[in-house]
Design a protein around this ligand. Sequence first.
Ligand code: KIV
Ligand code: NA
Length: 266
Amino acid sequence: PRRVRTVHLRRFKEAGERFAMLTAYDATMAGIFDRAGVEVLLVGDSAANVMMGRSTTLSMTVEEMLVYSRSVVAGAERALVIADVPFGSYEASPQQAVETGVRLMKEGGVHAVKVEGGAAMAGHVRAMVAAGIPVMAHIGFTPQSEHALGGYRVQGRGEAGERLLADARALEEAGAFSVLMEMVPAAVAAEVDAGLAVPTVGIGAGSGTTGQVLVWQDMLGLTAGRKPRFVREYADLRSTVAEAVGAYREDVRTGRFPAEEHSFDD
Ligand code: KIV
Ligand code: NA
């Protein structure tokens, strides 16, 4: 199958079509998502939450991101694979951003990276793009700035909507191939998409963006606890897995597993 590239995402927008993006952290799930046709796989630093059980994404290291990146790249034949640039590995300077982006592409094998931050990161994005690193910008609610933003809250309401549009324009002008918006009013996100030539991606940003993204464990009903408003659960894997594992345990305890067909003759 032909690899999805950033130019194809641009064509989706030009044709008035949408594309789907989903997180992935391992080869097995990446392979399933890839074969299901998902255009873009995001090796999100949400791995800190859903894979490593941490409460924020702040502690994610480049080394950890490289392991997840290589795993997803190994499982994806067709999808465009994007890695998050971890907190603390790019902000200090455009040079630091280039160095980390190069590592994620060279050692992690990903095709592009995603960088959190608005117009303040435009210089970093420009330097990365000049170095040959395709960059998706991430604005609105940016989880790496959770403490600076005062927790999980919608961004870009009221006058902040103008700033969001200005941020998006600055990032597009810096060369970002796409702008992702998280937890932004639907009307604002639609306005940003209309104001840019590059495709946008939304999570909690309504239906006016070019693409949509979700964390796969949320979308497949694996995540425990309260479900964010922007999530739709397409399966109930938590129950499915719990029931299957319970049945396995019961079979082991009662001697029903393994049966003859699972055993070798002498
Ligand atoms: O890390 C992540 O999963 C993300 C998104 C859900 C946008 O950045
Ligand atoms: Na992320």
